[in-house]
Design a protein around this ligand. Sequence first.
Ligand code: PLP
Length: 402
Amino acid sequence: METKRHDPLGYLSAEISALKSQGLFRTPPVLEGPPQARSRINGREVINLSSNNYLGLCDDQRLKEAAIQATESYGVGSGAVRTIIGTQDLHLKLETKLAEFKKTEAVLVFQSGFTANAGTVAAILGHQDHIVSDRLNHASIIDGARLSRAKIHVYEHSDMDSLREKLDEAQAEAEESEGRVLVITDGVFSMDGDIARLPDIVELAEEYEAIMQVDDAHASGVLGSNGRGTVDHFGLHGRVDVQVGTLSKAVGVLGGYVAGSRTLIDFLIHRARPLLFSTSHPPAVTAACIAAVDILLSEPEIIERLWENTRFFKEGLTSLGFDTGTSQTPITPVIVGEGARAMKFSDKLFEAGVFAQGIAFPTVPRDSARVRAMVMATHTKEDLGCALEAFEQVGKQMALIP
Ligand SMILES: *Cc1c(COP(=O)(O)O)cnc(C)c1O
């Protein structure tokens, strides 16, 4: 008989048991087919309120054809990292198009929004530098900040007094350490759906002569003319040094990018580690992204449809009495409070034909667990009406609304 081997990972079982006893253990739901307004999830057709596929581009025929054609001519893999021989003419075509779109000198595409953010922050800053960061910034910013070894000064969410206080502190310390200061914020906050107070933040960054970076993951394809993002939305062109965008959400494919000066991009090509040490996008991805940007430029009416649906759905939820927090975008949190209750709300909505993911600690604070609903341009009024009925029925059942 075999003697039982000591399990060095045994401590993980305790963590799993704790999650189970708190009602927080989840098996990722399975989507059968593309992420559409109505999708098959875990074997049921439901109204899908959890995809970031804001504009319905994930299975757009033109993107699919671009991907197929690129696969036929270029194959399925790029064969190397960007800096060895993994840069194809398609990558350059996409970057030129994106730079024109963003109205910046240059753009560099990364494998994901996550690597674009983390790779950039870690590359442009070092241990002597200082990062002034909103408390609710995305994990990719936090990880990049940690990797950079710069000192992190966290300011209270969207609080300009707190930002100024932290800038004072960072500036004094940066003088001491002979370092620089970076101010960094999400453009749209992914869990609450509120928009950063970018004009005020930019003004403060300028006053303190700090570097300014915005992560526009949820604003790409959603805010600004043709979905150019928050810098365009607020008319701040030329005043934000580093703009990060994603190609994985509204753009419908996969990837991230940095838009900025030629110097910034040249530097990142030499120093951004995800670019130097991880293989570039396959041709299908790059070609589909090119087709998607063309659609943003030629059919801005799909973005208008997204906003029309957003207004309709939000008004519906608030008139039912739900707390949708501070949301100003298609990301609509329905705040419930306790983690297990949010998960139960999500489960009951699913039984009623609506998929809206429950989100709990550590993704959001312990006392503000929620169901997060994301509106898409492709939802019909009927879809959203049915979803509101389900929210009403389950909300009353769980005494979340009167
Ligand atoms: C989704 C997201 C990212 C990561 O983008 P991916 O392309 O999915 O890697 C970065 N920042 C924010 C704010 C996000 O919401």
